[in-house]
Design a protein around this ligand. Structure first.
Ligand code: GCB
Length: 595
């Protein structure tokens, strides 16, 4: 799915800013049919939960309504008019005046509607967007709504971040020619010093396609006619970790020799390959350094914020990180575009987090229900998950920064039904993108002897909390247990392993000369312990600390105003561990290797 843009044939109006905002109520059954009766305003993009000081809004379960007036530019006569919503968590419904024009489930991926027949260039319309935050067995991520005895509805879920909701990314009004470039797929290869850019252009309506590739100076380095083909770039400048060189692919559609549409796609020429125990980018062994992140900032929740984007990526550079994982959902497209331009390597993850009901038993001693079951993560959930993977690949396939798909975080891969659930999804991913490795992220309770799905994947990512949830405060035992487990993975699966989560909660300001959990020294010592082990296990090709920054979660006795495993606080100040990580990672080159 192409992101809307301005070009010689396309225009774009950004609809961010203040929208009228209201919770759904039984008294107003069709809020889209008239101006919302409300005094509340909510900014877009932002999650709505933390904006107001009203628990009824923060904890609301169900639909909320955003509305604003939109004027269609008068010059758009004859063009198709598109409304594009970059994200509505978790279900969105779009209305133009009284008419529903789009509905989409899956909170972290975009959707659009062609509203041409309902609007008039030069005139205004009411744009209303309903957003529903309910999570069920069938959504990604899954959850369940519980009715309390006093009648309140509470959303429960199995993942460790706050269920922020709303319009967390931009909303756009776009013009598009009737006959247009509908999709572009680019894959790249390298033949000695020549770059090979294979492309496929799909058009809506019959058109003659031409493409030309420009270098960063704007010079045309290759061009061709036809909707698919191969461009060869002599003396190619590769897209590399730390040096995100981009070409521009200019795609044009012509009808009877007249230009009807033009679309520009940035293209990075690079290869990705898994060979033996190695993860290769451009044929060279790559070692991931960095973090699992979250889209999470004060007040905005998951609202995309370009200032935090820049600052986070600057801090990543400062600390010597070359990569991150979009834990635990697809991030805003602007994040990937930034990573493309700056050579930051991304593991792109779906929103399939918490497919693991075993994690809910905990101290209550409750017997956890089976995860993969007709009344749990069932066939319908798998269908949704498959569709979610297809949509993710459709959105992100052309980003050179994305080097691997992660199709789930910490599913119950030791439980019966896991293989039947995941094998088809791996096939779906490979069919959607035959060029990138596929991984999933393994949970601590599913080590090699009980694990059922790891062999389906090219790379195995593992999250381990030795020294934190187990061997708490005992780093010597933690080190022995970690090394023994990792060597087992290496022996059995003989493929690359990435430590995608390790760390411990840390309150800035707590200090100790002992191995005292929650202290800044303990976080550093725990990470150092992992690093010693990583350096002794050849299959480990990366380390991404949990987490880049502290983040908000649902309430719980294990959480102190959220998860405190950040190396940076929620407002991005370094804890002591930031300095020890910086010392380790800055000693490496951009491929994460020691020269
Ligand atoms: C995990 C999860 C992550 C949690 C983390 C923790 O394994 O993948 O979402 O936040 O543990 O801190 O417990």
């Amino acid at each position: 799915m192409l992101k809307p843009q301005t070009s010689a044939t396309r225009e774009l109006v950004n609809l961010d800013g203040m929208w009228r905002f209201a919770l759904d109520t039984a008294e107003v059954p069709e809020p889209w049919s008239a101006p919302l009766t409300t005094t509340l305003e909510a900014p877009v993009p932002s999650s709505y939960n933390d904006l107001f000081v009203d628990p009824a809004i923060r904890d609301h379960v169900g639909w909320v309504w955003y509305q604003r007036d939109v004027r269609v530019p008068r010059g758009w006569t004859g063009e198709r008019v598109i409304v594009r919503v970059d994200s509505a968590t978790h279900e969105g419904a779009v209305y133009v005046d009284g008419t529903e024009v789009a509905r989409h489930v899956g909170g972290y991926l975009p959707f659009e509607a062609d509203v041409t027949d309902l609007v008039t260039p030069g005139e205004t319309f009411h744009l209303t967007i309903g957003v529903n935050n309910v999570l069920t067995n069938e959504t990604q991520p899954p959850g369940r709504v519980e009715e309390l005895s006093d009648g309140r509805r509470v959303q429960r879920y199995y993942h460790d971040f706050y269920n922020y909701a709303g319009l967390a990314r931009s909303v756009w009004l776009a013009s598009r020619p009737a006959v247009h470039v509908a999709d572009i797929t680019v894959t790249t290869g390298v033949d000695e010093s020549t770059g090979v850019v294979s492309y496929l252009v799909e058009t809506a309506g019959d058109a003659d396609v031409t493409v030309s590739l420009r270098d960063a100076d704007g010079l045309v380095v290759a061009q061709q006619a036809g909707a698919d083909g191969e461009l060869r770039v002599a003396d190619v400048t590769l897209w590399q970790p730390g040096a995100g060189y981009l070409y521009d692919l200019d795609v044009e559609a012509h009808v009877d020799g007249v230009l009807v549409d033009a679309y520009r796609l940035p293209v990075g020429v690079r290869t990705v390959e898994v060979r033996g125990l190695e993860f290769l980018i451009n044929g060279e062994p790559f070692y991931f350094t960095g973090f699992g992140k979250h889209e999470d900032t004060p007040v905005r929740g998951k609202g995309h914020d370009p200032s935090y984007l820049v600052h986070d990526m600057e801090l990543m550079g400062w600390i010597g990180a070359n990569s991150f994982r979009t834990s635990h959902y697809p991030y805003a497209e602007e994040v990937l575009e930034y990573a493309d331009r700056h050579g930051i390597v991304v593991i792109d993850e779906t929103a399939a987090v918490g497919l693991n009901f075993g994690l809910i038993g905990g101290l209550t001693g409750q017997k956890a229900p089976a995860t993969f079951a007709p009344d749990g993560v069932n066939d319908a959930a798998r269908e949704r998950h498959a569709e979610h993977i297809r949509e993710l690949v459709a959105r992100d396939k052309n980003h050179p920064s994305v080097v691997m798909w992660s199709i789930a975080n910490e599913p119950a891969s030791q439980e019966e039904g896991a293989r039947e659930y995941f094998a088809p999804l791996v096939d779906v991913t490979r069919a959607a993108d035959p060029t990138r490795p596929v991984t999933y992220v393994n949970v601590m309770m599913a080590p090699p002897p009980v694990e059922r799905i790891a062999d389906l994947f090219d790379v195995i990512c593992v999250n381990r909390y030795y020294g934190w949830y187990v061997n708490t405060g005992d780093l010597a035992s933690a080190e022995a247990a970690l090394e023994s487990e990792l060597l087992q993975w290496q022996d059995i699966y003989a493929r690359p392993l990435i430590m995608t989560e390790y760390g411990g909660d840390t309150m800035p300001g707590i200090h100790s000369v002992w191995d005292q959990p929650w202290s800044e020294e303990y976080q550093s010592a725990l990470l150092d312990m992992f690093h010693r082990v990583h350096d002794r296990v050849p299959a480990i090709v990366g380390e991404q600390v949990w987490n880049f920054a502290d983040f908000q979660t649902s309430v719980g006795i294990f959480r102190v105003d959220g998860n405190k495993k950040g190396v940076f606080t929620r407002d991005r100040r370094p804890k002591a561990a930031a300095h020890s990580l910086r010392a380790r990672w800055s000693a490496r080159n951009q491929n994460g290797q020691i020269d």
